[in-house]
Ligand binder design. Structure first.
Ligand code: HEM
Length: 307
């Protein structure tokens, strides 16, 4: 049975290091070899620093997939398409590779991210690097707890991973979407707490969900809590982390799912207006600066690359 990469469903950690690369021309063979060795490298450091709970994820960009693995393509893998409505924009940026390193130690992440760059050197250009951190009790920098309604326990796997019935060849793989959001915290912090709570749809300190009748149509929760035709919740597994320094702050948004559709529909519902003109008012206070889609293949597919 195919095994998933351990970072996909891992529980939240204290620190994250996200690396985004583009592959140089004619370097596909080198990249395949290097990526096939990465899971063993993650395991080695997870062992060496066993208290750090290190996990990693390797994912391949939608536009790079066919060069990387010409044999076959995950059935629903498609590029991130930009969405625009009035002054709200969810831009699309091309990246060939995504490497996520997460653990409870920033120093261990630093060492492992360095090893990743070393292994890939000569074959890639590092286009972006983001260091995420846990903020207070799992809050976004807006001060609201992020991740409460994430799937829990075994259900994380059901949401995030492809089953053999869904895609036999790519079972245990996962569709990944990322967006780097930059917050306007000056503007956000000018709101009263009740106004912020109306934007999110939950209370700030106690993190309680608004009742259905009190939840504004423009709240983030309302825009993203979508139902299918049978009334079941449509879900994604969010592994986002706050990032920033004293100049720039935001959320590095990360979503894993067995299909790209849930993320795509949620994002549309946030950015585009519904028939009554509602959109996600959180977007008045944060701006996506990047957006990309990837596929995180199973460990079995990564191992096969070495052959
Ligand atoms: C819920 C923050 C972007 C999907 C939440 C919650 C917060 C939050 C505070 C409430 C607690 C929770 O259940 O986790 C943010 C911030 C974002 C962001 C700060 C970016 C700046 C997104 C995006 C999507 C998304 C881009 C998907 C396209 C969801 C979903 C929920 C949620 C599905 C749970 C809704 C529910 O069932 O109650 N988010 N989010 N979020 N968010 Fe976001």
């Amino acid at each position: 049975m195919a095994r998933e990469q351990f970072g996909v469903c891992a529980e939240p950690s204290l620190h994250g290091y996200y690396l985004l690369f583009n592959v140089l021309d004619d370097k596909n063979a080198l990249i395949r070899q290097a990526l096939s060795r990465l899971p063993a490298m993650f395991e080695k450091y997870a062992d060496r620093f066993s208290e750090a709970n290190l996990t990693g994820v390797i994912a391949i960009g939608a536009n790079y997939w066919d060069e990387f693995y010409p044999k076959a393509r995950p059935k629903s893998l498609r590029a991130f398409s930009e969405i625009k409505c009035d002054d709200r924009i969810a831009p699309s940026v091309n990246y060939d590779l995504y490497i996520e390193v997460r653990s409870d130690r920033a120093d261990v992440n630093h060492i492992v991210a360095g090893k990743v760059c070393e292994l890939l050197s000569g074959g890639v250009e590092l286009v972006e690097q983001v260091r995420g951190f846990r903020f207070l009790d799992g809050r976004d920098l807006t001060g609201f707890v992020d991740g409460t309604e994430n799937p829990k326990g075994r259900h994380r796997r059901e949401v995030a991973l492809l089953t053999p019935e869904q895609d036999e060849q790519f079972a245990a793989g996962s569709y990944l979407h990322i967006q780097r959001y930059r917050h306007n915290l000056n503007l956000w912090n000018r709101l009263k707490v009740k106004e912020q709570e109306d934007v999110i749809g939950r209370t700030k300190i106690d993190n309680e969900e608004y009742t259905a009748e009190n939840k504004p149509e423009t709240s983030h929760i309302k825009r993203t809590n979508l139902k299918d035709a049978e009334g079941n919740s449509i879900e994604i597994l969010r592994q986002s982390m706050p990032y920033g320094d004293m100049k720039i702050q935001g959320l590095f948004f990360v979503s894993y799912c067995h299909s790209p559709e849930p993320f795509e529909n949620m994002l549309k519902s946030m950015v585009e207006e519904d028939e009554l003109g509602n959109f996600d008012h959180m977007l008045k206070f944060t701006q996506a600066e990047t957006g990309a889609s990837f596929f995180a293949p199973s460990l079995n597919i990564l191992a096969e690359l070495a052959i």
